[in-house]
Design a protein. Structure first.
Length: 264
């Protein structure tokens, strides 16, 4: 997953916005979930704008909650909300703001848009479903409604995993743009926006995907011909994501960060 720091701007509301780009991966699994950052109480808001590409089945993301508090997860299917599959960061941000401001409408609208969103944690070393927008899942369905309302109570710090897939478990037949937003508490000072670049899944077989996942989890650098042809050897390089709150500003990033920006 290539990462590039783009910019840091301060709005008139004294909220500092940080932007970055990442690249999708063929090795999507909970173990290889792409890190969105840290949700800190009344401090940070995390945004992910990304795509389930044609013939792709799932995406995995993770974020860390640093304390107790009320957690909000906003999910918007941008392709379903628009006649076009193209959307920029501004339109995605507007859609997220609308959804977080009118959660009842957002919950109802999202139910019929074909995407399934699940939230997981590891409980006693077991992957455990915490919340889902899938109906008839009891407490997990109720928890998702609480998340969309910003009323889900987090009892302690920990890591959460977001799984985005299709309701029928089949690959999408066209590019599907969507956005996620995570916030702990009622306010924030830093707004982190990650825009992810999609990769071509059209020629990937289930076997290619399974091999990519296995190689990523084992740390192997040997890729299948299908993965190399579709993604390119350079895109197989992955970097850990450090929440941009650790950076003073885009202008004062470390030499290693500058070097990596040049490489990607």
């Amino acid at each position: 997953m290539a990462t590039t720091v783009l910019d840091a701007t301060t709005k008139s509301t004294n909220v500092k916005t940080w932007e970055k780009t990442t690249t999708d991966t063929y090795a999507d699994s909970i173990r290889n979930a792409r890190d969105m950052g840290q949700a800190r109480l009344n401090y940070s808001r995390l945004n992910m704008i990304t795509t389930l590409s044609e013939n792709e089945k799932e995406d995995w993301f993770s974020f860390k909650v640093t304390s107790r508090g009320k957690l909000r997860l906003t999910a918007v299917n941008l392709s379903a909300n628009s006649e076009t599959s193209d959307a920029d960061e501004s339109s995605a941000s507007d859609a997220l703001e609308e959804a977080s401001g009118n959660f009842e409408k957002a919950i109802e609208r999202f139910k019929g848009q074909g995407l399934k969103v699940e939230l997981y944690q590891y409980v006693n070393n077991r992957q455990t479903l915490i919340a889902t927008n899938e109906e008839s899942k009891g407490k997990a369905t109720d928890a998702f409604d609480q998340l969309m309302r910003g009323q889900y109570k987090v009892q302690k710090a920990g890591t959460y995993y977001i799984h985005v897939t299709t309701k029928d478990g089949k690959a999408v037949d066209k590019d599907t743009l969507y956005a996620l937003q995570v916030q702990l508490g009622d306010s924030y000072k830093h707004n982190y926006v990650t825009q992810e670049k999609s990769i071509d899944h059209t020629n990937m077989t289930d076997g290619d995907i399974a091999l990519a996942k296995a190689e990523a989890e084992s740390g192997s650098v040997t890729a299948s011909a299908g993965v190399l042809a579709a993604q390119g050897a350079a895109d197989l390089l992955a970097t850990g994501y450090t929440n941009m709150a650790t950076l003073r500003s885009a202008k004062t990033q470390s030499s290693s960060s500058k070097l990596f920006s040049l490489l990607v």
